[in-house]
Design a protein around this ligand. Structure first.
Ligand code: MG
Length: 337
């Protein structure tokens, strides 16, 4: 049976322009898709590529939607190629959404997911860290590789001093360091309780990343290196000894992701791709089902968009019922109005 398809591109302004290594982003753009069964029921999904993670571009995704615009069968969804991982994520999750509706099946059930608080790159990182820890966040993430090592080392010491002991720290370089700079961080962090150090080198530095991971005093995390299911699988085969930071909205099939993570016994941190509530509901349901212990998920992202109503402002814990109750229809209504 062919399912009806509707899709529409959206453009959601960031609350303040986001500086990335690919330039300054003023909008988060993506495509919402919905699949209809012809009986008035619709399932929603979201295509939300991010540059630098190895997925298709938004334009390629739109071309795919246009080409299959007349309808798609459930088998057709399973056949979406791995070169279009964001499309696969969106269509497979829309199909799941559609199938759950008649029975009212829960998405996430009884899961309890701690959330990592993200300290944005502003000048007042110390007061932000204090505010987040006062709000109950027990894991905090801070971006490095932006200023000199010496300045960042001093800033980090101030941050650690400003919050109660027992806070878990994650440092994320977004691939901005070279091997020597990463080694400097390694010597500095020797004996520290940092939870992990994320993506010190660019994804192209495969051998150096592996070498570094075996000598680094705290676990290393891969993020940009493992954007898609294929790259995640490859790094697992290489015997990566650290953490995998996975954004389900970019990875591809949610079912395949879940089985890879569970069968591979991988240490995974699930994370946002700055989706609306539509993609977020499906991505968080993967995180909830994977049950990856007490590692906080990376959905402390509300500051990027302010209160525009298109995604919730999570606190320090996400409960499964909140994921189940996440309203996605208003996002479709906003995009199509
Ligand atoms: Mg990262």
């Amino acid at each position: 049976m062919n399912l009806q398809i509707e899709y529409i591109r959206y453009r959601r302004p960031f609350s303040k322009p986001l500086k990335t290594r690919y330039g300054t982003w003023r909008f988060r753009e993506g495509v919402l898709v919905r699949l209809g069964d012809g009986l008035g029921r619709w399932g929603l999904g979201e295509i939300a590529p991010l540059e630098g993670f190895g997925s298709e571009t938004l334009e390629q995704a739109e071309t795919f939607c246009r080409e299959i615009g007349g309808g798609i069968s459930p088998e057709g969804v399973d056949g979406i190629p791995e070169t279009l991982p964001c499309c696969r994520f969106a269509f497979e999750s829309a199909l799941q959404d559609l199938r759950r509706q008649p029975a009212g099946l829960p998405v996430a059930g009884p899961a309890v997911l701690p959330v990592a608080g993200l300290i944005s790159g502003g000048t007042d990182a110390v007061s932000e860290a204090k505010r987040l820890s006062a709000q109950g966040f027990r894991t905090l993430k801070w971006k490095v590789g932006v200023r000199s090592f010496a300045r960042e080392r001093e800033s980090f010491l101030r941050l650690v001093e400003a919050v109660p002991p027992g806070i878990r720290w994650r440092l994320d370089a977004n691939g901005a360091l070279d091997f020597r700079a990463a080694e400097k961080w390694g010597s500095f962090l020797d004996g520290s309780s940092v939870e992990f150090f994320e993506q010190p080198l660019p994804p192209s530095r495969t051998e150096e990343l592996l070498r570094l991971a075996h000598s680094f005093p705290v676990p290393l995390g891969l993020d940009e290196s493992v954007g898609t299911l294929r790259s995640l699988w490859q790094w697992n085969e290489r015997g990566w000894p650290g953490i995998f930071v996975v954004k389900p909205a970019l990875a591809g099939s949610p079912r395949a992701l879940l089985s890879l993570v569970q069968q591979g016994g991988m240490r995974v941190v699930f994370s946002s791709a700055l989706e609306t509530a539509v993609g977020m509901k499906h991505a968080l349901s993967v995180a909830a089902a994977a049950n990856t212990g007490n590692r906080a998920v990376g959905w402390g992202t509300s500051a990027f968009f302010g209160r525009d109503g298109l995604s919730p402002d999570w606190g320090s814990i996400i409960h499964g019922q909140q994921i189940d109750g996440l309203a996605t229809e208003p996002v479709w209504a906003w995009v199509t109005k």
